[in-house]
Design a protein around this ligand. Structure first.
Ligand code: 3H9
Length: 706
């Protein structure tokens, strides 16, 4: 018998008294309303049909179930709810076996926990990642998981959101068996038959004894509670997860479920949930740049890197880690040796931390070769140039690449602000030239700006996106302008911070306000970490073209003139005594700031932390809007992903453009217009922002079209 239920999302098939229920809802078998209806109907069918003696629940395709349908969040709820479905599965009087392959995540694992027995394929990934979406497991997961595997392990899964493989899941007691044959469908059926033959009872997780040792459970919860408020840094749902597990310990199962539902709804309604879900979808949307739909990527088997400085070496490590052979070019043997040393230092660091063996390092370094002759790049499919940020130097490198590289090789520059059209102009194959802007440390930072110059061919862009996948990076398509998406916006909000510093806020207050907003560090700490000399060089470069009417804060120059570049020189905005990495406020810096205020004729005033953030965010949002308006970023979400992955913007706020929508664009524009009364040149409202406010629209409305 094969029957189809609820729009064919759930299939059932009766095999020798066992009803095999298959959820088939591509791409990840998410539990949307049709899936929930289908599952419920299938379990009712099983209950009503006397020929059915047991049920096997399984997912079609690569995954069991990827969780609740995230697209339904924030929309009116549709019946049945997932908790209802799970409760009905658990209440079945006929044994239910979950046969798990691929992902069983969130609501997917909760369905499996509502089943009575569980078997998983070797490659299965089980987890409760709701916390990463600002949620808690809301379909019984907070009540069933601790009962099944104890409070300690359940809290670990729910608070980290990590995935566990089948072997670990077996060890934890999350599943009963690991499939051995590779034929999960057959083993799931066999398991059910075996249970029937043994007259195995219906075994409900709600009755499991994982919390029986009450004292140990309480101690586990208390220990985590002490840690969580500190470690979760402003996140809302981790404490709610604890409360739900506390209820699992203190209350009967059904009451605990009600507590869970209430806490889940609080999380669902929180702006953090909206921000995190936006981040989830945005990081997938950025992958779909137009060229990836129209063009076929070129194949990349051998890569060259020109330049062995910090960036070049970091890029080389990223490539080596992805299994690619890398040829590094430097101008002389000494520089080449330094480049190699930079790379080895990264791996030696890992060895020191016990995260790599010397043998593994040796194997990776076998893929590395170095040369002072460009001709060694003749076989490369891609060359990434990471030399000094100077147009003439870059053009000279590209002339060499043009000479030696094979036809079809992609020639990329890692410039962070130079005009790539100008870099490409002098060579015979501008269609092969693209920007690949990595962020430091390039082997760690996830963001990759794919900078698309005028003449580049679509397949080169598509290849850059493919490369990002291979490197485990998050690519964002950017147009050519000074600073592309990220650094261009940074320059503006950083200037707003400088204005506030000169206006009366201390750098320490600004950093604190920015941290409290959710950033790991403030702009002045960041400058100390990156090295003040980098910004200084940029300011000098721009000095000639700077609008003489623009307010220019000289405090950073005063520090740089003293050689106070930040951590590497022991002082910057902060003092770093004895090589410490956390600085302390420096009275000398405060004195310099006072003197500069006097020189500039500024009477300092106080700023509240809230005002600091309003200005900081208004500057960021306004420039973000300009970047979208000019087509440098395809959509507001591309700005969001850039700031999330390259600039430490707090993920739970979704990115600056999402934040702007939540704050209300009318409010943001009103702020900008108010600030403009003091400085109309700096605070010019972006035409896009004005237009959206006039139309009563928001940034989200622009995210659909690319
Ligand atoms: C939850 O369960 C709450 C419950 O506790 C309580 C409820 C009451 N929904 O990542 P991919 C889309 S919260 C809707 O590229 P992969 C995704 O957007 C949920 N859509 O594939 C993409 O769409 P598009 C807890 C989803 O093979 C496509 O599927 N679960 C969902 O690299 C392919 O995704 C999670 O947090 C979803 N749940 O990885 C798990 N999941 O093609 C979230 C994916 O249009 N999901 N999509 O861009 C994942 O971690 C990965 O998607 C997964 C597959 C590992 C499953």
């Amino acid at each position: 018998m094969i029957s189809e239920l609820s729009d064919a999302v759930v299939r059932t098939e009766l095999c020798g008294g066992i009803l095999v229920v298959t959820l088939d809802n591509p791409p990840v078998n998410a539990l949307g309303v049709h899936a929930r209806r289908g599952l419920l109907a299938a379990i009712e069918t099983a209950a009503a049909d006397p020929t059915v003696r047991a049920v096997v629940l399984t997912g079609a395709g690569r995954n069991f179930i990827g969780g609740a349908d995230i697209r339904e969040f924030g929309k009116p709820p549709l019946s049945p709810s997932l908790p209802e479905v799970c409760n009905r599965i658990e209440a079945s009087n006929k044994p239910v076996v979950a046969a798990i392959q691929g992902a069983a995540l969130g609501g997917g694992l909760e369905v499996a926990l509502a089943a009575h027995y569980r078997i998983a394929a070797v490659g299965a990934k089980l987890g409760l990642p709701e916390v990463q979406l600002g949620l808690l497991p809301g379909a019984g997961g907070t009540q069933r998981t601790p009962r099944l595997i104890g409070a300690k392990h359940a809290l670990d899964l729910m608070l980290s959101g990590r995935h566990v493989g089948a072997a670990e899941a077996r060890e934890l007691g999350l599943i009963d068996r690991v499939s051995q044959s590779g034929d999960l469908a057959a083993e799931g059926l066999a398991y059910a038959q075996e249970l029937l033959a043994a007259h195995a009872p219906v075994r409900r997780t709600r009755d499991a004894s994982g919390l029986a040792d009450r004292a140990a459970s309480r101690a586990a919860i208390d220990a985590v509670r002490a840690e969580v408020s500190r470690a979760s840094r402003g996140l809302f749902s981790p404490l709610k997860i604890l409360d739900a597990v506390q209820a699992a310990l203190d209350q009967p199962f059904d009451d605990g479920l009600r507590v869970e539902r209430d806490l889940f709804m609080q999380c669902l309604d929180s702006p953090q949930r909206a921000g995190l879900v936006h981040a989830f979808f945005s990081e997938r949307e950025v992958l779909k740049a137009p060229e990836t739909r129209t063009a076929k990527p070129r194949s990349i088997a051998r890569v060259g890197v020109v330049g062995g400085g910090t960036m070049g070496a970091g890029i080389a490590v990223a490539l080596l880690d992805a299994g690619l052979p890398v040829t590094m070019i430097e101008r002389d043997e000494a520089s080449l040796a330094r480049g190699r040393a930079h790379i080895e230092k990264v791996y030696d660091g890992l060895i020191g931390k016990g995260r790599m063996t010397s043998e593994a390092k040796a194997a990776v370094m076998k893929r590395w070769s170095g040369s002072t002759a460009y001709d060694e790049l003749a076989a490369a499919d891609l060359v990434i140039e990471a030399v000094f940020e100077d147009m003439a130097v870059k053009q000279a490198v590209f002339a060499e690449l043009d000479r030696v590289c094979k036809p079809g090789a992609i020639l990329a520059t890692n410039t962070s602000y130079l005009d790539i059209d100008a870099i490409a102009v002098g060579i015979s194959r501008p269609a092969d030239v693209i920007g690949l802007h990595f962020f430091s440390p390039a082997n760690i930072m996830k963001l990759l700006e794919v900078v698309v110059p005028r003449q580049v061919s679509a397949d080169v862009v598509a290849t850059a996106f493919e490369l990002a996948k291979v490197l485990g990076k998050v690519p964002v398509r950017a147009g050519v302008c000074d600073g592309f998406i990220g650094n261009r916006i940074l320059a503006v909000y950083r200037t707003a911070a400088d204005h506030m510093m000169e206006g009366g806020a201390s750098p320490y207050q600004i950093d604190r306000a920015v941290r409290e907003f959710g950033y790991p560090m403030g702009p002045f700490q960041m400058s100390d970490l990156a090295g003040g000399d980098i910004g200084w060089a940029t300011r000098k470069r721009r000095a000639a073209t700077r609008d003489p009417r623009a307010r220019y804060v000289q405090i950073p120059d005063r520090l740089c003139e003293r050689g106070w570049f930040g951590q590497k020189t022991g002082r910057g905005y902060y003092l770093y005594t004895d090589g410490q990495r956390t600085g302390t406020p420096d009275p000398d810096v405060e004195a310099i700031i006072d003197a500069e205020r006097l020189r500039a004729g500024v009477t300092p005033r106080s700023f509240t932390d809230e005002e600091i953030m309003r200005r900081y965010m208004a500057a960021m949002i306004n420039e973000g809007a300009n970047v979208v308006h000019e087509g440098i970023a395809l959509r507001p979400l591309d700005v969001d992903v850039t700031l999330l992955y390259g600039y430490g913007f707090p993920r739970y706020r979704g990115g600056p453009m999402k934040y702007a929508d939540q704050a209300g664009l009318t409010t943001v524009l009103a702020d900008i217009r108010r600030f403009a009364q003091e400085d109309p040149l700096f605070w010019q409202p972006s035409p896009l922002l004005v237009d959206l406010v006039e139309r009563g629209a928001d940034f989200a409305s622009l995210n659909q079209s690319a």
